[in-house]
Design a protein around this ligand. Structure first.
Ligand code: WT7
Length: 662
């Protein structure tokens, strides 16, 4: 059995000590839940015993041009096939717009607030529809065809959401790229996706900082060289800054959309046609472009948004994630808009120019559902309690978190201080690969247990396997896998289905392997114990250690390096790098930061850098990361048998190096 890192187990003990493992007042949501706990359990049973019927029924949440007659023909064996609603046809943007324009055109679809005081825009479904159509017409005019990739590189402005829906409308596959990627990081993804059009901002704002989106994109496209398929760059004016425009290639967004009509026929899409690619990190250096299909993904987005967050039509739903993450795709855009909800989008940071900004957004707009990350909660906990206590927050009824485990301390603070003791709190475990929430205490239906991810949603056939691939029965611990497909499951890795099969379906044959370890209680509650592969989770950002090491390797003064994650009070995990330079005396650790910032992006710059003579390796040359993790986190007990190392002396040296930098 692999030695899992059992971070959450300590938390669980903490809970038990305080006698508050179950929080029943958080189970009841004000106004009453749409689904009763009994009905929810019924759904779990139905989805388990009769998945075909259940998922065909759930697909009716959407409007289909041709309704599917079959739910799944997925298969986790052999070549691996993830196929949902294969004979159905639909358009995602029609589902998020047209059908609501028909029934409730004046309902607010989107409330946007900029980070500068007073910047606010309210778009009805009709407004949003018109803006999406204008851009969709621009894309068609620029020659974008069904199946082409379009890259979206925008901060949290309405145009980001409009661009996603416009792509969906014309059948283009959107690839949303994080604003924090370096030019090299962008170039890698532009080349892999072969994007033909890019939308970028002139300059993006992040608190007091300015991010030169357009010039970074110019550099990225230049780096792609002959491999670039980019024909046009549409520049969205965010700050209005003057930026260089390449004649013929670069176009001004505002001018282009003004030329177009506010109507645009939607492309007829097969349920299996890709809706988007989203790059994420794994245990190798190359980022993977996960492919999400149209029918299954959208069904899952609508289903989970409704069930997990107990959706009610008058909700103001605020998911604080950036649209460049899967959370933003599913719970800023597709889930809520497919359900005809009102979404809140805020460009600014929680505490800029001063703490309490997000609480003010909630009060000003009457936000009812607030979905954020444990990192945000932890940061808010450190502020003066007057900040949160001076806000009303009475509109809230459901609070959610995602991205990393939430400690019981943070859970209770969130519940007591933000929820003022009367909101349901839902932790949600899921991944880019799963498309939407998988394990959670669905609001009003499942009793939460602070620190636990809780229970699999209907249709989620979670299992725990030991390292021999044997299923763990009842209470126990193991590798978290899925025994059956679910509609939100990613279909492939762009251009490399075999890598998809190898990455997810060979560790535990016949199962989807999540990369996480988990523990299950007797009564079926899951506790996520964290990644068992070389992926680090810094503030909910998923970072592959191999990506970091590859970036560092571009520095010729470096022989080799190892990046590991260690526990971090604020960020959940922090990234630490051990680097072996060619010449220890002349090497400056800042070279590591420079290489990571250039190769990956500033967001991935490590917390600490240790310059060392060598790394601990087995005799066969494999780096023993477990030792590095323990040494870097000052956890020197139980280092294990060091005699199997090629050079046991290195351990003492590493410990001394880490101590010296304390
Ligand atoms: C990894 C997936 C899902 C959108 C955001 C992250 C970790 C995610 C939780 C949670 C404990 C969590 C897992 C997972 N994770 N949510 N509620 N409790 N761990 O998506 O970037 O694909 O990362 O984040 O380790 O595998 P992602």
């Amino acid at each position: 059995m692999k030695p899992f890192r059992l971070r959450t187990l300590g938390l669980e003990r903490q809970n038990k000590k305080k006698g508050r493992e179950n929080v029943s007042d958080a189970f009841v949501t004000p106004g009453g839940a749409t689904l009763s706990a009994g009905q929810y359990d019924g759904m779990v049973r139905e989805a388990h015993t009769n998945p075909e019927v259940f998922w065909l029924q759930q697909a009716r949440r959407l409007t289909w041009q041709t309704p599917p007659t079959q739910a799944s023909r997925s298969d986790f064996t052999q070549d691996v096939r993830i196929e949902w609603y294969a004979d159905g046809f639909l358009n995602a943007s029609e589902n998020c717009l047209d059908r609501h324009v028909r029934t409730q055109p004046e309902k607010t679809a989107l409330i946007w607030e900029g980070q500068e005081a007073g910047q606010r825009e309210v778009l009805s479904y009709r407004h949003l529809y018109e803006r999406v159509c204008r851009l969709a017409n621009v894309l068609r005019r620029l020659g974008v065809k069904k199946g082409d990739c379009v890259a979206i590189h925008l901060p949290m402005v309405a145009e980001g959401i409009i661009a996603m829906l416009a792509c969906a409308r014309v059948g283009a596959v959107h690839v949303v790229l994080f604003g924090g990627f370096s030019a090299e990081g962008l170039a890698e993804r532009l080349t892999d996706s072969a994007a033909v059009v890019v939308l970028t901002a002139d300059v993006a704002r992040r608190g007091g900082k300015r991010i030169p989106s357009k010039t970074t994109m110019d550099e990225a496209i230049a780096r792609c060289g002959a491999a670039s398929a980019v024909r046009h760059v549409l520049v969205v004016p965010v700050t209005g800054a003057d930026v260089p425009m390449q004649p013929g290639r670069d176009l001004r967004y505002a001018e282009e959309v003004a030329k177009e009509a506010a109507d645009c026929p939607a492309e007829r899409m097969n349920a299996l046609d890709p809706l988007f690619l989203l790059y994420t990190s794994g245990s190798t250096g190359r980022p993977k472009g996960l492919v999400h299909g149209t029918g299954g993904y959208l069904t899952w987005a609508a289903f989970t948004h409704a069930v997990v967050f107990d959706y009610k039509p008058d909700d103001i739903f605020w998911c604080t994630a950036d649209v460049s993450w899967i959370t933003g795709h599913t719970y800023v855009v597709y889930g809520p808009l497919a359900n005809g909800a009102t979404i809140m989008v805020y460009e600014g940071l929680p505490s800029w120019p001063e703490p309490g900004q997000w609480w003010d957004v909630i009060d000003r707009n009457g936000v009812t559902v607030f979905y954020t990350s444990p990192t945000v909660v932890r940061a808010a906990m450190r502020e003066d309690e007057a900040v949160v206590r001076s806000r009303s927050l009475k509109s809230l009824r459901i609070l959610g978190t995602v991205g990393e485990p939430i400690s019981p301390e943070a859970w209770h603070w969130f519940h007591d201080e933000v929820g003022k003791g009367h909101c349901a709190v839902v932790d949600t475990w899921w991944q880019t690969e799963t498309g939407g929430v998988m394990i959670t205490a669905a609001a009003g239906c499942v009793v939460p247990r602070p620190g636990a991810a809780a229970r699999p949603l209907p249709g989620v056939e979670a299992v725990l396997l030991d390292t021999q691939g044997k299923e763990v029965a009842g209470a126990g611990e193991g590798l978290l896998c899925m025994a059956q497909s679910w509609p939100g499951q990613a279909m492939s890795i762009w251009g490399d289905h075999d890598r998809f099969r190898q990455t997810y379906f060979t560790t535990c044959p016949g199962h989807y392997f999540t990369g996480d370890g988990a523990r299950r209680e007797e009564d079926g509650y899951y506790w996520i114990t964290g990644r068992v592969d070389d992926v680090v989770n810094v503030s909910g950002h998923r970072i592959g250690t191999a990506e970091i090491e590859d970036a560092i390797a571009t520095d010729h003064e470096v022989v080799e390096s190892a990046a590991v994650g260690i526990p971090h009070d604020l960020k959940g995990q922090g990234l630490v790098v051990f680097v072996v330079p060619r010449e220890q005396d002349v090497f400056h650790p800042s070279a590591v930061n420079t290489a990571v910032a250039a190769g990956v992006g500033r967001y991935a710059v490590p917390e600490k850098i240790y310059v060392v003579r060598d790394l601990p390796k087995t005799r066969s040359g494999k780096i023993v990361r477990r030792l590095l993790r323990k040494i870097a986190s000052h956890d020197l007990e139980g280092l294990g048998d060091l005699s199997t190392l090629a050079d046991p002396d290195i351990v003492g040296e590493l410990i001394a190096t880490v101590k010296a930098q304390e």
